[in-house]
Design a protein around this ligand. Structure first.
Ligand SMILES: NC(=O)c1ccc[n+]([C@@H]2O[C@H](COP(=O)([O-])OP(=O)(O)OC[C@H]3O[C@@H](n4cnc5c(N)ncnc54)[C@H](OP(=O)(O)O)[C@@H]3O)[C@@H](O)[C@H]2O)c1
Length: 311
């Protein structure tokens, strides 16, 4: 039997990272997590780390995290695949991972922290633009070093965009009275369950079809416009919502006048629902592949199914 590649996840206790660690374990890959020393002393995160350990994850503690080059190289030398899921503030520091991968010389695939829009095609106006730019710079640095890569682009996660009907950053359920729709509401966006992001990502790591490609996760049943998403929710709760439309100009003004992290979230909404950054281009075989086509055996969760739990 062919041996499964050994996978190291950097940022494994985070929102996306945790699900990738779990998917890696489920698929039987020897799974390693690089954990900051400070994470282990955080009571909430320590529990996650304990859970990892008891499920068979090899925990590698690095005191200086990405800044301890020697330890980083030693960690990377133990594995075949490196997946980074570091959060927004750490994206630029991934050049240190690239340098360590280069020195270690054994890595068959690197997946940098992406897990959103395709940053070579998305068009932000403010803070989202900065984030897209940093992620694109990490792409270019990876390519310049000749490191084999896959960039995972799952578009909108259910948690941030569907469960609240993209209303507010901190809401925990879809609205029951009023919905604010950005743009005209007819631009299509793509929504993906975080657990499916984990499953597709792990499928891709050993797949030659995803080598040096963007892996788009664009499940056909999960492509909705804002208006369609709101209509589906109205049907489920048997009630019409009051609708307020925010024009492109109004949204741009709100982005300018808001502070972090709201300005960032609004800028992403602008990219997704006004620019149509997730659906305005065709995926060409020269640069990308689509996950639900490559892996039809994964029964992904649909938008329709997911919203049921909030009714
Ligand atoms: N498409 C979407 O809707 C969507 C939504 C959210 C995020 N994303 C993307 O997914 C990727 C991961 O984001 P995330 O939200 O999962 O990240 P997160 O939970 O904020 O952080 C991920 C990990 O980064 C590590 N980290 C290292 N140094 C840190 C520091 N100084 N402060 C805080 N964390 C530090 C931590 O790892 P340890 O504690 O394990 O050391 C942390 O668990 C990003 O590229 C983000 O843009 C996409």
């Amino acid at each position: 039997m062919e041996e499964k590649s050994r996978i190291l996840i950097i940022g494994g206790t985070g929102y996306i990272g945790k699900l990738i660690v779990e998917a890696s374990l489920r698929s039987g890959h020897p799974t390693f997590a690089l954990i900051r020393t400070s994470t282990v002393s955080d009571p909430v995160k320590a529990k996650t780390v304990e859970g990892f350990k008891s499920s068979g994850v090899t925990i590698l503690n690095v005191r200086g995290f990405l800044h301890d080059h020697k330890s980083l190289v030693s960690a990377i030398e133990q594995v075949d695949v490196v997946i980074s899921t570091v959060g927004a503030s750490q994206l630029g520091h991934q050049v240190k991972i690239i340098a360590a991968i280069k020195e270690a010389g054994n890595v068959k695939r690197f997946l940098p922290s992406e897990f959103g829009n395709d940053v070579d095609r998305a068009r932000g106006v403010g803070p989202a633009k900065t984030l897209f730019k940093i992620k694109a710079q990490i792409r270019r640095a990876t390519e310049a070093e000749g490191i084999p890569y896959t960039y995972v682009s799952p578009n909108c996660t259910f948690g941030y965009f569907l469960e609240t009907l993209s209303q507010e950053l901190y809401a925990t359920a879809p609205p029951r009275d009023k919905v604010t729709i950005v743009g005209h509401g007819n631009t299509k966006a793509v929504f993906v369950d975080e657990r499916d992001i984990g499953a597709y990502t792990i499928k891709a790591v050993d797949d030659p079809r995803t080598l040096n490609k963007i892996l788009y996760i664009k499940p056909p049943k999960n492509i909705y416009s804002f208006n369609e998403m709101a209509a589906l929710w109205e049907k489920k709760i048997g009630k019409s919502l009051e609708k307020e439309y925010v024009s492109d100009e109004q949204l741009l003004k709100q982005i300018e006048e808001s502070s972090a992290p709201i300005d960032f979230y609004l800028d992403i909404l602008h990219s997704v629902y006004v620019n149509g950054d997730q659906t305005y281009f065709e995926i060409e075989p020269s640069f990308g592949v689509e996950a639900s086509e490559l892996y039809p055996e994964i029964k992904y969760t649909t938008v329709d199914e997911h919203l049921d739990q909030f009714v």
